[in-house]
Design a binder for this molecule. Structure first.
Ligand SMILES: Cc1cc2nc3c(=O)[nH]c(=O)nc-3n(C[C@H](O)[C@H](O)[C@H](O)COP(=O)(O)OP(=O)(O)OC[C@H]3O[C@@H](n4cnc5c(N)ncnc54)[C@H](O)[C@@H]3O)c2cc1C
Length: 371
């Protein structure tokens, strides 16, 4: 059975079923994550020699889009697990790689900080050597799955030298880590994306992922391509999910006194057409970006930057139009569009934000240095 055939009943019967409660109660999508783990799908990007499926970004894009059509929170926590897994696969120990592949462990990225905010490439948090340990101090501002993950892929300033950062694997149960407050946000309400404070957290020197001072290279080479593609896929899934629900609503909803449906109104059809075009354009660009990364194409980084900016904006526009064409009824939860509308606000402000991407893309095409 292909990974998409394995995914489909989980998306339809588990993820979709629990999504309203995950959103309404603001709780982690435990049932969905467990179902993905049991089916082997949390190991999508892990190598086969540690029990994974050994697939690449193009497969991840398809899985995340399908999940987001049903539940933005499930798509988000899975995205962060896959992004963290990519770093551990490249630099981490075999037992952790195996745990992440089989679903016994769950990971996420701990990059954003209270000081450097969306400029994740410039951590202010510190790492120092002390009595054979490495001691970490930090004010992380957002860690998705913060209270559910077993391992954080963590950035800090380097132990030595002038480079921007070093990456660590930090067990979530480490003494000295604390969550000041639970997540309570507009959308993605089950993603458990909380601040985390580290005060004197001790890790072994072997917990380092890559070279000391090599963090920027890990962020740009390993994380950014996969992260951007998957966040774009989540945004696309919210857009395509909203489009599907909007089409169902306008086709089925009738004006009894006129004997016609909402879809019989040319204005409504034109909005639906705009949503369809934007969604298809975004999917085409995203799949090309994933192919560019997998094929090592020269334009891969440009496509990676473009696809997140495009998908973030498409999600805003398409879910907004879905609210419009579904009318007052969409303002309630009945149509199922308002949850996707709220969830879709996140991608464009997640680093690299759309406005940062516009700047990076502009620099890239004008032949200027990005940093
Ligand atoms: C739901 C959710 C989950 C998240 N999960 C994680 C996670 O698991 N791990 C993690 O590390 N982070 C995570 N983040 C953090 C995210 O990646 C960003 O760091 C965060 O959203 C930035 O918010 P901020 O208020 O600090 O933005 P700010 O940096 O204060 O930005 C405010 C505004 O300024 C704009 N801006 C900033 N710099 C520039 C520039 N150079 N050019 C143009 N405009 C600019 C931004 O686009 C934005 O519109 C998450 C965020 C959200 C919303």
């Amino acid at each position: 059975m292909s990974y998409l055939e394995t995914l489909e009943p989980i998306a339809r019967d588990v993820v979709a079923q629990h999504a309203p409660a995950v959103d309404g109660e603001g709780r982690f999508p435990r049932e969905s994550v467990d179902a993905l783990g049991a089916a082997g799908l949390l190991g999508l990007l892990s190598a086969t020699d540690v029990g994974g499926l050994g697939l690449g970004p193009a497969a991840a894009v398809r899985v995340i889009e399908r999940l987001a059509q049903e539940c933005g929170s499930t798509a988000m926590v899975t995205t962060m697990h896959y992004a963290g897994t990519a770093v551990v696969e490249a630099f981490g120990p075999e037992d952790v790689r195996r745990g992440l592949a089989t679903g016994e462990r769950f990971t996420t990225l701990a990059f954003s900080e209270a000081g450097s905010r969306s400029h994740f490439w410039a951590p202010l948090s510190t790492a120092r050597q002390e009595n054979g340990h490495v001691v970490l101090d930090a004010k992380k501002s957002w860690i998705t799955s913060a209270r559910q993950a077993t391992d954080y892929v963590w950035s800090s300033k380097p132990l030595a030298g002038e480079e921007a950062s070093t990456i660590w694997l930090v067990p979530a149960k480490s003494e000295g880590l604390s969550v000041p407050r639970p997540f309570d946000g507009l959308g993605l309400r089950g993603n458990d994306s909380t601040p985390v404070t580290a005060e004197g957290v001790k890790v072994a020197p072997e917990a380092r992922l890559g070279e000391d001072g090599g963090g920027f290279g890990v962020m740009m080479g390993t994380v950014l391509p996969r992260f951007n593609l998957m966040i774009a896929a989540g945004a696309l899934g919210l857009a395509s999910g909203a489009l599907k629900r909007a089409i169902a609503h306008v086709s089925a909803t009738r004006y009894a006194h006129l004997g016609s449906s909402l879809a019989d109104l040319p204005t409504i059809r034109a909005y639906v057409a705009r949503m369809q075009i934007k969604t298809d354009m975004t999917r085409t660009l995203l799949h090309d970006a994933a192919a560019a990364v997998e094929g090592g194409r020269e334009d891969a980084m440009l496509r990676v930057l473009e696809s997140k900016a495009a998908a973030g904006e498409t999600a805003l526009e398409v879910t907004d139009l879905a609210m419009r064409v579904c009318g007052g009824q969409a303002f309630r939860k009945d149509v199922g569009v308002e949850r996707l509308f709220r969830d879709a606000r996140a991608a464009s402000v997640m680093a690299p934000t759309t406005d940062q991407l516009y700047d990076f893309i502009g620099k890239a095409v004008c032949g200027l240095d990005l940093f």
